[in-house]
Design a protein around this ligand. Sequence first.
Ligand SMILES: O=C(O)c1ccccc1NCC(=O)[C@H](O)[C@H](O)COP(=O)(O)O
Length: 261
Amino acid sequence: MSSVLDDIIVGVRKDLHERRQATSLGHLEARIQTRRAALEVLPQLRRPGLGVISEVKRSSPSKGALAEITDPAELAAAYQAGGAIAISVLTEKHRFNGSLADLDAVRERVEIPVLRKDFIVDDYQVWESRAHGADLVLLIVAALDDAELRRLHTLVTDLGMTPLVEVHTPDEARRAADLGAELVGVNNRNLKTLEVDLAQFGRLVDLLPAEAVKVAESGVFTPEDAALVHSQGADAILCGEALVRHGDPAGAIAAMIAACR
Ligand SMILES: O=C(O)c1ccccc1NCC(=O)[C@H](O)[C@H](O)COP(=O)(O)O
């Protein structure tokens, strides 16, 4: 039986095929030449305290519609004002109602690094991410075999961006370590069943390379949640639903950072 992740990737490959027909790789390469270099994020994430990677997320397979978000750039500006270290933009369209236009709008508006959050399975998407101004690209270990993971990780790095390597199981944590990943996210959400367990970060943290920057992803709702994963070794959190549903996202980010001082 196929998992939620498998179903998402079927749609992603179909969309990718259409975009490839519309925009050649050569066009993306030319567009990259006009962009300034990708921003670094690792030095900031290595500083003491909690980094908050704040996500622009309209809907999700687990919860359906979360927030309308008519102006993603405005939301990203609020995130930046609250002290976010980076903005994550979900660009998948069928399940998350995101787009590359969202990435463009956010990139134009904020000065901090921007993560392209999608289901990356092909080199084309990496070129596309840089062409649209991404500084970081998510690589989900569960979606890739070792050869694909290594190839995409190298390409992201070669284009000057930072790969965020996402794991959920001990085996995936080992694969991320073998890769020499410098930025590793533990997703507390199982992308095959959609179950969320905030304790997953604490279970996996010791399996990650000591020198890697560690991100706790998903299921962080309160300053107390943020303080818990920070006390377990999270340098940063990746937070979506709690912020898009909050009336004061800047204040919510500031409160999470304050709880980890
Ligand atoms: O959010 C989902 O339901 C989901 C389902 C299947 C694949 C990925 C999914 N989400 C992507 C993410 O990992 C989250 O958007 C991100 O970590 C923020 O999570 P949260 O703070 O719980 O919104």
